[in-house]
Design a protein around this ligand. Structure first.
Ligand SMILES: C[S@@+](CC[C@H](N)C(=O)[O-])C[C@H]1O[C@@H](n2cnc3c(N)ncnc32)[C@H](O)[C@@H]1O
Length: 117
């Protein structure tokens, strides 16, 4: 059966949705490329792994954590499915921490605890 116009427009919308947003591609990505990082970088709330993958591809060791982790899309050195609050990297040495677009996903009363951690 032929694909309806509605289905085509939904597919096109989803394709755009997967693409990096303007701000990521043209503002954040160039800033990230200029910066040096301490490894391993912890990408807390990595999502689809845009920043984890960007930095992994530059040769950095990245630990990606997310409570809804989709490992198949990540090129990171370590992938952890966990809530940021319960993630306890006791014996790990952590370098720089990325918290991109994540605080707004947390309940306001939990934001300070996550930042302190
Ligand atoms: C808006 S996305 C940002 C993803 C990525 N940092 C980026 O900028 O492309 C927020 C991500 O945070 C994750 N997240 C939200 N609350 C979390 C929590 N308490 N612990 C771990 N991950 C969390 C969600 O699953 C989602 O993938």
């Amino acid at each position: 059966m032929a694909e309806s116009r509605l289905e085509k427009s939904w597919k096109s919308l989803l394709k755009e949705y997967e693409a990096p947003s303007y701000a990521k591609k043209y503002i954040l990505e160039p800033l990230f490329s200029k910066q040096d990082y301490l490894e391993p970088i912890l990408d807390a709330g990595c999502g689809t792994g845009f920043f984890s993958n960007l930095l992994s591809e530059k040769g950095y060791q990245v630990i990606s954590i997310d409570k809804n982790l989709d490992e198949t899309q990540l090129h990171s050195y370590m992938k952890v499915k966990s809530d940021i609050e319960s993630f306890n990297p006791v014996k790990m040495i952590i370098g720089d921490v990325l918290l991109i677009n994540i605080l707004s996903c947390l309940e306001p009363k939990k934001r300070l605890a996550v930042l302190k951690k």
